[in-house]
Design a protein around this ligand. Structure first.
Ligand code: NAD
Ligand code: ZN
Ligand code: ZN
Length: 396
């Protein structure tokens, strides 16, 4: 089959690899009909290179048709249409029963002291082949896959794999209520969808922050008040205060993560690690503070006293400098983590109606054949040609 394979830093290629096979009774195999590229893939493409291995298959946002079912999976049959959550969870352990699927104790990667396994996310997350491929083995097939109707285009359901539940969790964790003021750092797919969900939940003001003109313009069409933090420079904080009665926002959603632009400090560790032999780089990445904290610091500046920061952008460092004194003095609630995909799905599906209140049908900016993956990873990483969300079509 064809698959998007990691070859090295900023280097993915489409190659022919062996088809996946059922390995456990609880596995299923799907034929992938759509598979999106995520901002989290860019972390693997760039700074997390040292924990990747040549030949790793990328991708964690797939959907498709069931073509094979393990003996212990009795809720799915060949021909069913399914969306696959990016985290792999069992549905019956202590954590899954708490709704914390991203911490599933059945699939946790204890060797690296990490949470639940994820598709296409390195050995640190279970070394499970990813979904940017023609076929995918799905472990925990008895629980993970989300069965969807056979009618309608893929895009109506595809974003249940990651963007929708992730943004939903971001908004829930931020404590957005009717009348809340909300700042969203980063207007990539996750930030954009968080803005839309915050408005759906009755936020009276949503301020979206980025510096990419197309992304600011896209958010504006959803009723978001947009700010270009780079153009504003030192006036950025005051611009938010001016919109929030001088206090700052009730809720801040940080949808940027470890590769925030803006502050150069710490980039040397990422760069250095990327150029070192793996046996040196890996421990460095596991222990050093490798994250660029600019967007988190912007969040701290713009949240009001007693407000909430919801961190949905991914961080990976172990000793990042966190201004605990500011968090304490401002009495901030901080919630974060990988999305517990399955726990939010039932809340989201009622909004996937024909009038499309979350705009999923026009959410992807590009649909391209998997053969163009290399080109579109480059465009997405450079934020060129208005590329915001790319959906790969494995059989086109
Ligand atoms: N927690 C989860 O379960 C989960 C799931 C999916 C994605 N993510 C993470 O969410 C983050 C966003 O994902 P995405 O797909 O939207 O990625 P993306 O790379 O398309 O978007 C990030 C955006 O942040 C902007 N940005 C950079 N620095 C900024 C700054 N200092 N202030 C404001 N904006 C800034 C960029 O211009 C870009 O538009 C990534 O870190 C990704 O790994 C987390
Ligand atoms: Zn993703
Ligand atoms: Zn579990």
């Amino acid at each position: 089959m064809k698959a998007v394979v990691w070859q090295g830093e900023k280097n993915v290629k489409v190659e022919t690899v062996p088809d996946p096979k059922i390995q456990k009774d609880t596995d299923i195999i799907i034929k992938v009909t759509s598979s999106a590229i995520c901002g989290s893939d860019l972390h693997l493409y760039r700074v997390l290179s040292p924990i990747m291995e040549e030949g790793d298959i990328m991708g964690h946002e797939p959907m498709g048709e069931v073509v094979e079912v393990g003996a212990a999976v009795d809720n799915l049959k060949v021909g069913d249409r399914v969306v696959i959550p990016f985290n792999i969870s069992c549905g019956h352990c202590f954590m899954c029963n708490l709704g914390l699927n991203s911490q599933c104790e059945t699939t946790q990667v204890t060797e690296y002291d990490r949470g639940a396994a994820m598709f296409g996310y390195t050995k640190m997350y279970g070394h499970v082949a990813g979904g940017q491929a023609q076929y995918l083995r799905v472990p925990q097939g008895q629980f993970g896959p989300i069965k969807v109707p056979k009618e309608g285009p893929d895009d109506k359901y595809l974003f249940l794999s990651d963007v929708l539940p992730t943004a939903w969790q971001a908004v829930e964790y931020a404590g957005v209520k009717e009348g809340s003021s909300v700042v969203v750092m980063g207007l990539g797919p996750i930030g954009l969808m968080s803005c839309r969900i915050a408005l759906l939940k009755g936020a009276s003001l949503v301020i979206g922050v980025d510096d990419v003109p197309e992304r600011l313009a896209y958010a504006k069409t959803s009723g978001v008040h947009v700010l270009d933090y780079k153009k504003l420079g030192d006036d950025f904080k005051d611009a938010v205060l001016a919109l929030t009665k001088g206090r700052g926002a009730d809720c801040v959603i940080e949808a940027v993560g470890m590769e925030a632009h803006g502050i150069a400090s710490q980039t040397f560790i990422q760069k250095a690690a990327g150029k070192m032999p793996d046996f040196i780089a890996e421990p460095l990445l596991k222990t050093a503070g490798i994250d660029r904290m600019a967007a988190f610091h912007q969040s701290l500046e713009t949240v009001r006293r007693g407000g909430t920061i919801s961190l949905i952008g991914v961080y990976n460092g172990m000793v990042d400098p966190t201004p605990l004194g500011i968090l304490f003095d401002k009495q901030i609630t901080l919630k974060m983590g990988q999305a517990n995909v399955k726990s939010w799905v039932d809340k989201i599906i009622p909004h996937l109606t024909d009038d499309d209140p979350l705009g999923v049908m026009n959410f992807a900016t590009h649909h391209v054949s998997i053969g163009k993956a290399e080109e579109y990873y480059k465009k997405f990483e450079k934020q060129e040609d208005g590329v915001i969300k790319v959906v790969l079509k494995p059989f086109d």
